[in-house]
Design a protein around this ligand. Structure first.
Ligand code: HEC
Length: 110
């Protein structure tokens, strides 16, 4: 019986660690899905059909200071010029995931 209690206590100590994790680990699979249904119309393959100077390539993201999760989430949330805002259409988590996906893809050259 004592062992059981030790096991239960250990479990209760560990649970918060796991529950806290998703906040830090972006879900790239979900990011890819969000990208396909919300961004690809304008950014197919990491391009930009509206403004060819602002593609999602590593070079362009660096050039315009967009090469961070923060910069991308801000732009996706609020929009910019011809790019629509996604606030209210995508959840904060979805925006984080799609931002992580864009960064990952740009690092890999799409
Ligand atoms: C209607 C077309 C359209 C859609 C849909 C769209 N974008 Fe954009 N996006 C643009 C345009 C236009 C710009 C350039 C804005 C500017 O002039 O600064 C841009 C710029 C960006 C940039 C900065 C690129 C750079 O080189 O500075 C990122 C990152 C980006 N979009 C991500 C996304 C993501 C992620 C989504 C989906 C959630 C998305 N966009 C949906 C049109 C779009």
């Amino acid at each position: 019986v004592k062992r059981l209690w030790i096991a239960i206590c250990a479990l209760l100590t560990l649970i918060p660690l796991f529950v806290g994790m998703p906040a830090f680990a972006a879900d790239l699979d979900n990011g890819a899905k969000i990208f396909g249904s919300n961004c690809a119309a304008c950014h197919m393959g990491g391009g930009n059909v509206v403004n060819g100077a602002k593609t999602l390539s590593k070079d362009d993201l660096e050039k315009w200071g967009m090469n961070s999760i923060d910069a991308i989430t801000t732009q996706v949330t609020n929009g910019k010029l011809a790019m629509p805002a996604f606030k209210g259409r995508l959840s904060d988590t979805d925006i984080q995931d799609v931002a992580a996906y864009v960064l990952e893809q740009s690092n890999q050259g799409w």
